[in-house]
Design a binder for this molecule. Structure first.
Ligand code: V47
Length: 409
């Protein structure tokens, strides 16, 4: 696990938070590259050569990434990540109006990391009939949703046709809504059940209405860790191969990393570098989302929760190492809205969305609300001195009037 901050650094964090308070009062139209206004400082000599590379736009190595995990100088790491974030996006901070749909929690995998999945016919297990899924999609906030985020368990009996009908039915009823559906793990499982190649499975899903894929199921690619936290899932190589295939047939995807359980710094670096290498090849990833492990109600509930220090460091290191990923998302459901706000100064440029009815984290003890209104997300972003931009799933700006929603193409 990473080194945690000594007391002196706690004071530094407080200093950083009060500088956020000062920034809060500043105009949202501050010029880009505003970190240049504050000199880079560090008491860790390992960070100076990394700082030089960051300023020169050079790629960081595995050793650099390890040094970033091992330093206690989180403010220096945050400064560099913020510099890169502002070089790429200025103050722009993206969010969307989305709704989660989890058609079933029945899952054959029984991952130790998960509190959501249930075995078939056990208490709490559910599977939505198609009509029920369509009703769920329609319910919630009245404001127009631009994305359905659809993920679920690996159901042993649901036929592939159910998923095709789910997507085509949603498209028919909500033609303007982007379907970000099925993790690489679900795609691989469906391909096995349907006895189709991964490519053919993806082609059929795309034809039924899937527009892109979410980033889940990546966890940590290292076998040693995967055997402990998600033994029955596809391995890291298969996850990457499935993502590659999706990108090759023209589907964009996201990528995640689950951290804060039994992995070490080397495992995290290995995960990030594998994603960076695939992105060099395909350019198909849009956003990287580090996911903090929530142990409650899982088979790993003896593990402690992640700390704020690790959450911020993980966001910052992701921004610095994944130089070819356009976006780094701070998922407010996972780190809380308050920490997500601070992360907008530690490398993140995206806060995910309104979500509406999050289940996976809440089954694992998350105490955040299960959804948030658009106005509240905008308020949080502005209060961090950033400029909120409502986007669609492909990062095109969305304009709203009282009566219409327009996506710039
Ligand atoms: O794959 C499961 C993780 C993921 C737990 O692509 C857990 O835009 C913490 O992938 N504690 C699903 N994490 C969520 C996900 C996601 C979320 C938001 C946006 C996007 C996107 C993707 O949640 C799973 C797994 O890695 N997870 N259980 C748990 N106890």
């Amino acid at each position: 696990m990473s080194m945690e901050a000594p007391a002196a650094l706690y004071v530094k964090i407080h200093a950083a938070m009060s500088s956020c308070d000062i920034i809060r009062g500043m105009s949202a139209s501050r010029s880009a590259h505003s970190s240049q206004a504050h000199a880079f400082q560090t008491d860790d000599p390992r960070l100076s050569p990394i700082h030089a590379k960051v300023m020169a736009g050079e790629r960081l190595t595995a050793d650099d990434a390890l040094a970033l995990y091992r330093t206690g100088d989180i403010l220096a790491v945050g400064w560099m990540a913020n510099f890169v974030r502002e070089r790429m996006h200025g103050d722009k901070t993206y969010f969307n109006v989305n709704r989660h749909i989890n058609p079933t929690n029945v899952c054959v995998a029984a991952c130790r990391l998960c509190a959501f999945g249930r075995k078939k016919d056990t208490p709490g297990a559910y599977t939505m009939a198609l009509e029920e899924a369509f009703e769920t999609a329609a319910s919630g906030y009245t404001e127009a949703v631009t994305e359905f985020h659809i993920v679920g368990g690996l159901h042993p009996d649901l036929p592939f046709q159910y998923f095709l009908d789910l997507c085509s039915g949603l498209k028919q009823r909500f033609p303007q809504v982007h379907l970000k559906a099925f993790t690489m793990v679900e795609v691989a499982y469906l391909s096995k059940r349907a006895k189709l190649s991964i490519r053919e499975t993806l082609v059929q899903l795309k034809a039924s209405g899937v527009d892109s894929l979410p980033g889940g199921g990546a966890e940590i690619f290292a076998d040693r860790v995967r055997h402990i936290i998600c033994d029955h899932k596809i391995d890291g190589g298969e996850w990457l191969e499935t993502a590659k295939m999706a990108h090759q047939i023209g589907l964009k995807s996201n990528a995640t990393m689950l951290y804060g359980h039994v992995e070490n710094d080397e495992d995290r670096v290995d995960h990030l570098l594998k994603l960076r290498a695939l992105q060099d090849e395909t350019g198909g990833f849009q956003t990287f989302i580090p996911l903090a492990f929530h142990p409650e109600n899982t088979a790993l509930q003896h593990l402690p929760k992640t700390t704020g220090m690790l959450d911020m460091k993980q966001i910052a290191i992701s921004r610095l190492v994944l130089d070819n990923f356009p976006h780094i998302k701070s998922y407010w459901q996972m780190v809380t809205a308050k920490m997500a706000q601070i992360s907008l100064r530690f490398g993140a440029d995206d806060m995910d969305g309104t979500v509406i009815e999050e289940k996976i984290y809440h089954d694992a003890g998350a105490t955040t609300p299960q959804g948030m209104r658009r106005e509240e997300l905008e308020r949080l972003i502005r209060a961090a001195g950033r400029e909120p931009i409502e986007r669609d799933t492909l990062y095109r700006p969305v304009t709203r009037t009282e009566t219409s929603v327009t996506v710039a193409v």
